[in-house]
Design a protein around this ligand. Structure first.
Ligand SMILES: [Mg+2]
Length: 239
């Protein structure tokens, strides 16, 4: 659905994608509407019910404005993961179980033939983003959390980067500027309420089977049946 009735005549020069729920399939059962569904919660579930419940509380704190920012929220969550015994093997299992969205390979292959730049911005785990970037040959990737494990596979340290909510906008602006492209010539595709900041700043934004907050903001909406999500259908919106 095209909301503003403005046909997009020029093919976007830079394609920005959200990762979880967009390039990667999401576990819809974990979407309780609080925040965008992600592997943070999948990982917490894997670490046990108690970990999951504590992780849910961080979402309430986030929504109540009790964190300084996204980094502060991630740090709290990472410490919870650590407390419940996060290991390299468990994170590896989450990464291995992640699945590309239908149409992702086809869409990204098509974009390569068009010679456009592609970028992925995610507030999620770097190991997941690495897997996606290598598979789809995405030009630029920013991810929120990189875990470092010791020789025994236990969590040793971590690196956190502002890459969600407003953090997504900053990266988009930097990448666009490096390529000499205006944000108005860029497209963003996402699925979460955390994506509204970025959706507001680009020329075309697609709410891809998205939470309602993003549907209200995006220039284009694509709603597909559960299990029939397909990224390639985005091209139909633009023609
Ligand atoms: Mg998402």
């Amino acid at each position: 659905m095209i909301k503003n009735n403005k046909a997009f005549t020029n093919f976007p020069k830079i394609w920005f994608f959200d990762m979880e729920g967009t390039i990667l399939k999401k576990d819809i059962s974990l979407d309780n509407g609080k925040v965008a569904p992600s592997a943070w919660t999948v990982l917490a579930k894997e670490l046990g019910e108690q970990c999951y419940l504590e992780e849910e509380k961080t979402k309430d704190k986030w929504l109540n404005g009790e964190y300084i920012g996204y980094l502060d929220w991630m740090k709290d969550t990472v410490e919870i993961h650590k407390k419940y015994g996060l290991t390299e093997d468990i994170l590896g299992k989450i990464t291995n179980n992640s699945e590309l969205q239908q149409g992702a390979i086809e869409l990204l292959s098509f974009l390569k033939t068009k010679g456009v730049t592609t970028a992925l911005i995610t507030g999620g785990f770097k190991c997941l983003a690495d897997k996606v970037q290598r598979k789809l040959k995405i030009d630029h990737v920013l991810s929120g959390c990189e875990y470092f494990f010791d020789n025994s596979g236990n969590l040793e340290f971590y690196n956190l980067l502002p890459s969600d909510n407003e953090g997504k906008v900053t990266f988009m602006q930097q990448i666009a500027a490096e390529h000499g492209v205006s944000p108005s010539e860029c497209i963003f595709i996402g699925d979460g309420k955390n994506d509204i900041y970025l959706a507001e700043k680009v020329g075309v934004s697609v709410a891809f089977n998205a939470q309602i907050e993003l549907q209200r903001t995006a220039t284009h909406i694509l709603n597909q049946k559960n299990g029939e999500e397909n990224l390639l259908s985005i091209l139909d919106l633009l023609t």
